[in-house]
Design a binder for this molecule. Structure first.
Ligand SMILES: [Zn+2]
Length: 245
């Protein structure tokens, strides 16, 4: 099942969200991060109202679309927090918010009928270019023995009476596997971890190239083009990502 965000952007609450989304990029470019945080909070509230309406009138499609629109708004929140950390030289925090943004974008591209709706595809390219310039290439990965359950019906993950598939959206919430107890069996290093947030601690000197880029980039939403062969980043000044072209 695929969804279209535009289908809910025209009703009363949708229009409020649309109005907020229109101004978010310019507020990020102006680096008014606390204002963005407040605006995203308002947009998320509106999404929750639409989701609850969907549940009330027994329209699962509406509830799920509202969930995805909330993810879309939160993705812009992640981009804003990424820059807030970047500007205060909190590199690890910036990396975490970047990963949140990438995860949210992945949820959107998997579930939207049009993968480029509201510039989702362009935003993905933007986030991945920033991921490339961070100097993380080795991550830790944990081998666990654990017990887990379904986030929706709370049944044990091996209980085949649970009908929920992790990663799918049901009535405005995503089914996930919740780890209940875990015992670490081994920790290994890998280039392809499940979670790229598991990074080794690094001191600030490690990020000098990233810092130079942050200083150079001008507007936060200017597009980066990463040339893998030359290991070089071009910044496209004046070509910012946005919600609407
Ligand atoms: Zn379940």
């Amino acid at each position: 099942m695929k969804y279209r965000l535009h289908s809910i952007l025209e009703d009363k609450h949708g229009r409020k969200i649309k109005k907020i989304l229109k101004i978010i990029p310019s507020r990020i470019n102006a680096m008014h991060f606390s204002e963005v945080e407040k605006l995203i909070g308002q947009a998320v509230e509106e999404c929750n109202i639409i989701k609850n309406e969907g549940i009330e009138i027994q329209d699962e499609g509406l509830a799920n679309t509202a969930y995805l629109l909330r993810i879309y708004c939160s993705m812009w929140g992640s981009i804003s927090l990424f820059w807030k950390c970047a500007k205060s030289r909190e590199y690890e925090g910036a990396w975490f918010h970047l990963q949140d943004g990438i995860d949210r974008n992945n949820i959107l591209s998997k579930n939207l009928e049009d993968e480029s709706e509201l510039n989702t595809y362009k935003i993905q390219q933007y986030l991945l270019a920033y991921e490339e310039v961070f100097p993380y290439n080795i991550f830790s990965s944990m081998g666990l023995t654990s017990t887990s359950c379904c986030s929706i019906c709370k049944k044990d993950s091996f209980d085949n009476t649970c009908i929920h598939v992790p990663g799918r959206i049901y009535w405005g919430q995503m089914a996930n596997t919740v780890i209940e107890t875990a015992e670490i069996k081994e920790i290994s290093l890998t280039k392809t971890p499940e979670d790229k947030r598991c990074v080794p601690k690094k001191d600030d000197s490690f990020f000098s190239d990233v810092q130079r880029l942050f200083d150079y980039v001008g507007k936060p939403l200017n597009v980066l083009i990463y040339d893998e062969e030359r290991r070089h980043v071009d910044v496209v000044f004046g070509d910012c990502i946005s919600v609407y072209d």
